[in-house]
Design a protein around this ligand. Structure first.
Ligand SMILES: CC(C)(COP(=O)(O)OP(=O)(O)OC[C@H]1O[C@@H](n2cnc3c(N)ncnc32)[C@H](O)[C@@H]1OP(=O)(O)O)[C@@H](O)C(=O)NCCC(=O)NCCSC(=O)C[C@H](O)C(=O)O
Ligand SMILES: [Mg+2]
Length: 360
């Protein structure tokens, strides 16, 4: 049973806080690029990345050394204040942060520092290791209090990382815990540890997770092909369903084998095909992969537009290239066409590509 009536859901949680959004804006976020705001070499590259990546995320949690937590937080404030075109709910590149986990000694200072200083720039706060709706309720109320105090006019959204077994069990409630909920990411490394999976990687597959073809002629010692399976299929599909149910956005998380750009692309594409809208980028070279994979190809859009044209008023069934198309395949095509429209609004190269497509 919800602790609120539906009517209360869209009332601000603190006097003077901005009204919650009724719909989460569909802003392209193909790559959420992580950087450590305490790392001078990474910080140097941030201004030139604006406009080339949909989201820049100042990471304060794991991968930032304990001794650098304060420097990271202060570095993020500086970057947000000094970088043109970054954040502010309308710039070409969104500004997100990943705060420290809710049981850490740093998280309260993360939020009480960032919201007054750069709350007008911060689009989304990513919350790690979310266990259930109570974690979201806590951040929701605290953000409302801080937004009211800072006089913000637009609510900061919340993104939860699914990286505990309990978080997975509560995924539906997490998605519906607040109108601030923007989306979910898979956190495969922490989730694997929490589930006691026997892997040692940050995302991606494993050669031991396979199926083997049946013996030919009953000869179990004979040559038998094996097929590597996707360790994350169930988890991503469950996340996608929960997000779609609640009108928020699912993302694949990190792919830690930076050198293996081929497997990274495969993992991102699986997530794209299953319904995710983006993935994390840990290294500059992963941005291009995510931008490409999470943008529909020209062939996809050509086909989708042909189906839209052939379906006329959208009802009934038609044959196109020997295949049956109907209301349901039309709806799939519209997902792609709408995504192409959204991307065209922020990416001139894609706009040119999609505008150049001729439909016979
Ligand atoms: C992975 C890295 C440690 C690799 O760094 P490095 O060895 O320095 O790589 P390169 O020498 O190839 O770097 C070339 C130059 O690019 C700069 N660089 C590297 N990464 C970034 C970046 N993310 N943003 C901006 N610039 C970057 C280097 O400084 C080099 O600069 P220069 O020397 O001037 O040419 C490193 O990429 C890294 O730390 N990445 C981020 C890692 C991270 O954020 N991890 C946390 C997210 S994953 C996670 O938390 C798990 C998840 O929660 C789960 O549970 O699954
Ligand atoms: Mg993690």
């Amino acid at each position: 049973m919800s602790h609120k009536s539906p009517k209360d859901f869209f009332a601000p949680l603190a006097v003077g806080a901005p009204a919650p959004l009724r719909e989460i804006p569909a802003r392209p976020s193909r790559a959420i690029h992580f950087f450590d705001p305490s790392n001078p070499k990474m910080v140097d590259k941030i201004p030139q990345m604006v406009g080339t990546v949909d989201v820049l995320l100042g990471n304060l949690e794991d991968a930032v050394k304990a001794d650098n937590k304060l420097a990271a937080r202060e570095g993020l404030v500086r970057i947000a204040q000094e970088t043109a075109g970054l954040g502010g709910h309308s710039g070409p590149t969104q500004l997100w942060t990943r705060i420290n986990s809710l049981d850490s000694p740093w998280v309260l200072d993360d939020l009480t520092t960032l919201v007054p200083a750069i709350g007008d720039k911060l689009d989304v706060v990513m919350v790690p290791k979310v266990q259930g709706p109570a974690d979201i309720h806590y951040v929701d109320r605290l953000l409302a209090q801080l937004e009211a105090k800072a006089g913000l006019t637009r609510p900061i959204l919340i993104h939860a990382i699914l990286e505990t077994a309990r978080g997975m069990a509560n995924v539906e409630e997490i998605c519906g815990a607040s109108p601030r909920m923007q989306g979910l990411s898979l956190g495969p490394a922490d989730l694997a540890a929490d589930r006691k999976m026997k892997t040692t990687r940050v995302g991606g597959g494993h050669p031991g997770y396979l199926v083997r073809e049946d013996p030919v002629g009953g000869d179990i010692a004979g040559e038998r092909r094996t097929f590597q399976q996707d360790l994350w299929h169930y988890t991503i599909a469950k996340m996608v369903d929960a997000c779609a149910t609640h009108g928020i956005y699912p993302y694949y998380g990190p792919f830690g084998d930076i050198a293996d750009v081929v497997a990274c692309e495969d993992q991102f594409r699986n997530a794209f095909l299953l319904g995710c809208v983006g993935a994390w980028s840990l290294h500059p070279k992963q941005i291009e992969i995510a931008n490409r994979v999470f943008s529909p190809s020209a062939d996809d859009i050509r086909h989708a537009r042909r189906v839209v044209a052939a379906m006329g008023d959208g009802t009934g069934a038609v044959m196109l290239d020997g295949k049956m198309e109907d209301d349901a395949s039309l709806k799939q095509c519209l997902v792609l066409v709408e995504l192409a429209d959204e991307l065209s609004r922020i990416d001139p190269t894609l706009k040119e590509l999609y505008d150049s497509i001729e439909v016979d």
